[in-house]
Design a protein around this ligand. Structure first.
Ligand code: S3P
Length: 170
């Protein structure tokens, strides 16, 4: 039985697509922490932001991370902000392997543009506002993300290539 693998990175970095492929390759289960919270709370992430504010959502996120402590043979995709609040990054590093999927702001913006409405932090932004938001937030979050045990620059790589690189590095 192996410790869990936590995937971290900005919104749009491909944690879910990559995570499902990695889980399949390792014969692990896949969990998306946002979906886990939505199921548990019976509400969407946008509804939770509206109801409890970002602060309340971050509390739920922390609880969700703690609730994964008993899991083995799991790949767990975390929300983009999860590593950057409380001591979540240290907790995840203590529980398993953390992998940061790194991507440039322009690439993140290109991926996020079609699916912005269900992400409360970027909903309603224009393309130029989105790029500015990503650049600013990424600079703020990078020191947390960079505490990951493994950092993979996935620019220009397919999810399958990224899985191959990660499997070699694990
Ligand atoms: C957030 C990222 C989202 C979700 C919430 C907040 C963030 O997850 O947790 O909208 O703070 O970056 P994804 O990274 O899966 O989009």
């Amino acid at each position: 039985m192996k410790q869990p693998i936590y995937l971290i990175g900005f919104m749009g970095s491909g944690k879910t697509t990559f995570g499902k492929l990695l889980a399949k390759a390792l014969n692990y289960e896949f969990i998306d922490l946002d979906h886990f919270i939505e199921k548990e709370q019976q509400a969407t992430i946008s509804e939770l932001f509206e109801k409890y504010g970002e602060e309340g959502f971050r509390d739920l996120e922390k609880k969700a991370i703690k609730s994964t402590s008993h899991l083995r043979n799991h790949v767990i995709a975390t929300g983009g902000g999860a590593p950057c609040f409380f001591d979540n990054m240290d907790i995840m590093n203590g529980l398993g392997t953390t992998i940061y999927l790194k991507l440039e702001p322009e690439a993140l913006a290109g991926r996020l543009l079609p699916g912005m409405s269900h992400r409360p932090l970027i909903a309603g932004k224009s393309p130029s506002e989105l790029l500015f938001f990503i650049e600013t937030k990424l600079a703020e979050r990078a020191p947390f993300y960079e505490k990951a045990k493994l950092i993979v620059d996935s620019s220009g790589l397919t999810p399958e290539d990224t899985v191959r690189i990660v499997l070699k590095a694990l």
